[in-house]
Design a protein around this ligand. Structure first.
Ligand SMILES: Nc1ncnc2c1ncn2[C@@H]1O[C@H](COP(=O)(O)OP(=O)(O)O)[C@@H](O)[C@H]1O
Ligand SMILES: [Mg+2]
Length: 396
């Protein structure tokens, strides 16, 4: 079995078992190709007990690799399958991207029909489960920890947008794609994955990936995808991190359901500090927290050109650059375009079993393509879905 998982070196001989990929892999160093058998063993035959989550691309399993290293093993679903050569070409691009705030791809499996990605396992789960989850996390998110996470995510995104050539638009910045390592350093996951979808699968390759509350209106409605769509999503995430609440929550009174609307309202009334997470018991720098919320508003402005580049955001967050308050204009809200307000069901308002601050999101799914522009309300266990099948990719 050992012969299947070989390291590749520049101009190395083709690895035993994979001579057919000699051309694709000739200029990649150390990308590991795993055999299906090896990954099956690592995950106890992809046992449900090892499953740690499932997103738009398919299930993710925790696994223990041969040398004892822990991995997150992402099995791409049937609809994400593309030819082995095409797949490896994209994998190479993702593999070569390295940054402290980006989750590292270790290798993949391209045996037969299988398309599987192997990442370093990141110990402390995602922000969705810890900060915005239902209170099962033991992590204390102090103000310092939050600023470190925000700056880390901003740096990782600035790297994808401004350092990597050609630049990468993430498309799916959201709390569940922000993983935390043992030191609570933020690692952005899933960058570059949109490119793994086969181009001929129009309903897949043109769909909008993501969760509705994070989506820039111009992307969700018109499919205009630029780096500024990521900046918008980052702005929403930033406000979530400062407030400790999910961007959409149908359990709250109507005027509070959408965090951006609430933030804008408080900003106009000069009461932004009311949004800061009460679980810090007042132990935070109020001026800085309000500055972070204002940066969130700068990032989510309706006119995408007005949103700052991510490198500017890094400077503003870390205090190297002042923010110009007069520049803040109203956020873009999908609900302004379509009647997406999730009407509260009076029987469903915050109950004792639910923390009204926590996650009750509404997501755009990656499923079949027969329902255009449909949305229903959701709760935390059964998120409803919305599909935009007429959106198109305009990655510049
Ligand atoms: N590298 C990783 N380390 C640890 N956990 C991970 C890793 N990648 C993904 N996960 C977990 O698997 C879950 C599912 O991931 P994914 O398929 O990307 O879907 P989504 O991002 O929509 O939640 C994530 O929410 C996260 O909890
Ligand atoms: Mg993910």
């Amino acid at each position: 079995m050992g012969c299947f998982s070989c390291f590749f070196h520049r101009r190395a001989h083709p690895p035993k078992g994979f001579p057919q990929f000699e051309d694709e892999l000739s200029d990649v160093q150390n990308l590991k190709l795993y055999s299906y058998k090896e990954l099956r063993m690592a995950t106890d035959d992809f046992s449900p007990a090892n499953k740690i989550g499932e997103g738009g691309f398919g299930p993710v399993y925790w696994g223990r690799l041969k040398h004892g290293k822990y991995a997150a093993i992402k099995v791409l679903s049937a609809e994400s399958k593309q030819g082995a050569r095409e797949f490896l070409t994209e994998i190479k691009v993702i593999y070569e991207i390295e940054h402290e705030n980006l989750a590292k791809l270790r290798g993949c499996c391209v045996e037969g029909d299988h398309r599987i990605l192997v990442y370093d396992y990141i110990e402390n789960n995602s922000l969705a489960q810890t900060l915005l989850g239902n209170g099962h996390s033991s992590i204390q998110f102090s103000w310092r920890t939050r600023t470190k996470i925000c700056i880390g995510v901003a740096k990782g995104l600035a790297y994808l947008h401004e350092e990597v050539r050609p630049h990468i638009v993430h498309r799916d910045i959201k709390a569940s794609n922000i993983l935390l390592d043992k030191d609570l350093t933020a690692k952005i996951s899933d960058f570059g994955l949109a490119k793994l979808l086969p181009a001929n699968m129009t309903h897949v390759s043109t769909r909008v990936a993501g969760t509705i509350g994070y989506l820039a209106p111009e992307y969700a409605i018109r499919g205009q995808l630029t780096r500024k769509a990521d900046v918008y999503s980052f702005g929403v995430l930033l406000i979530e991190i400062v407030s400790g609440r999910c961007n959409t929550n149908s359990l709250l009174p109507l005027e509070d359901q959408f965090i951006l609307e609430r933030t804008w309202d408080l900003y106009e009334r000069n009461k932004l500090v009311e949004l800061v997470d009460t679980s810090m018991h007042g132990d935070f720098d109020a001026e800085e927290a309000c500055k972070y919320l204002k940066i969130g508003l700068l990032c989510t402005q309706d006119i995408s050109k007005l949103r700052p580049m991510m490198s500017t955001v890094v400077k503003m967050l870390s205090g190297q650059k002042e923010i110009d308050e007069h520049k803040i204009t109203k956020p873009g809200l999908i609900s302004d375009f379509m009647d997406l307000k999730i009407r509260s069901n009076p029987n469903k308002t915050a109950s004792a079993n639910h923390d009204p601050k926590k996650n009750t999101d509404t997501s755009i799914s990656s499923g079949s393509d027969n329902a255009e522009h449909s949305l229903a309300s959701s709760n935390s266990t059964t998120p409803s879905t919305m599909r935009f099948t007429d959106a198109w990719d305009q990655t510049p």
